[in-house]
Design a protein around this ligand. Structure first.
Ligand code: ADP
Length: 300
């Protein structure tokens, strides 16, 4: 099983002719609401495209958005017994998408910031999981608590997105990480050097396994001194929102309990790339995540 510890938001998306400037009011041609937040997106990817029993650990508010977000996770068969209900309102992301595919996003974290320690039931879910996946849209104390609660032999996978919270917590967090997943920006930011190869060398010396996603160029994986490139599947992108989350959720699901070899990591990254390739020609984050059957078909 996979336990995802992370953020969950109500995404409110408005389609606008262009991104409004300061003081400007624009009419949108339409709006939609959907499940979002890196944590919830990765849980949906693990459960739906990864085809693995998945539990989500996070927090929503005691409000209508929270009830809807919980129901959407349940629709994907995700165990929500570790989704706590907080006094703060559910997290919301206000997203403007323009006709030329620019976007601007305001995130109101709300309940996502309130969970700083694991309750007993949440701790039990983490302790029983083969893989624990976390990101950095939640308090760093919760990330550390999740890593420390893992069972013997379980893998802790950290997607360091956004990278900022890790900058002054790297010494505390990185020693707990089995697999670190970053995109190119996060890699440079965390390593503190601008040369990509130097940054990979620096970071891979600090974690057993490193994955650097490179968009349409695939991903670079490093286990110890070994390196490999896992290519992406060529597709015409329509909406790359959530491509990284789909990749991470499926990679975590496919890793299983290890052991962590370059071959095992490459196979998991290959499945993640397949799922992301099916998602990028589709609109939306969670809505774009394929089923496990679709992923198997592309991998066959
Ligand atoms: P992020 O969205 O976090 O910056 P990336 O853009 O690196 O992450 O994408 C994550 C993974 O999704 C890539 O490693 C790749 O497998 C897949 N992917 C992303 N964009 C494309 C694309 N345009 N075509 C095919 N695969 C893609």
């Amino acid at each position: 099983t996979v336990a995802v510890v992370g953020s969950i938001n109500m995404d409110v998306v408005a389609r606008v002719p262009r991104i409004p400037g300061p003081g400007e009011t624009l009419l949108a041609s339409g709006s939609s609401r959907g499940g979002g937040g890196k944590g919830a997106n990765q849980a949906v990817a693990a459960a739906r495209a990864g085809g693995v029993p998945t539990a989500f650990i996070g927090a929503v508010g005691d409000d209508a958005d929270g009830a809807q977000l919980r129901a959407w996770l349940e629709d994907d068969g995700i165990d929500v017994s570790g989704l706590s209900r907080d006094e703060a309102p559910s997290g919301v992301a206000l997203i403007a998408v323009s006709d030329d595919a620019e976007n601007s996003i305001i995130v109101v974290p709300g309940a996502n910031q309130s969970l700083t320690a694991l309750a007993d039931a949440q701790r039990a879910l983490v302790a029983g999981a083969d893989v624990i996946a976390a990101q950095l849209e939640i308090p760093i104390d919760l990330v550390v608590a999740a890593a420390e609660a893992r069972g013997e032999g379980a893998l802790f996978v950290l997607n360091a997105a956004p990278s900022a919270p890790l900058l002054d917590a790297a010494d505390r967090v990185l020693p707990l990480v089995d697999v670190l997943i970053v995109n190119e920006h996060e890699l440079i930011d965390i390593a503190g050097v601008t040369d990509r190869d130097a940054a990979v060398d620096a970071l891979s010396a600090r974690v057993p396994a490193l994955v650097v996603t490179l968009g349409a160029a695939g991903s670079l994986i490093a286990v110890g001194a070994e390196r490999a490139i896992v290519p992406a599947f060529p597709v015409d992108p329509v909406d790359t929102t959530g491509a990284g989350d789909t990749f991470c959720g499926v990679l975590a699901a496919r890793l299983g309990r290890g052991p962590l070899s370059l071959e095992a990591l490459a196979a998991a990254a290959h499945a993640g790339a397949a799922a992301a390739a099916i998602a990028v020609p589709r609109v939306g984050a969670q809505a774009a995540v394929p089923t496990a059957a679709e992923v198997e078909e592309l991998l066959a």
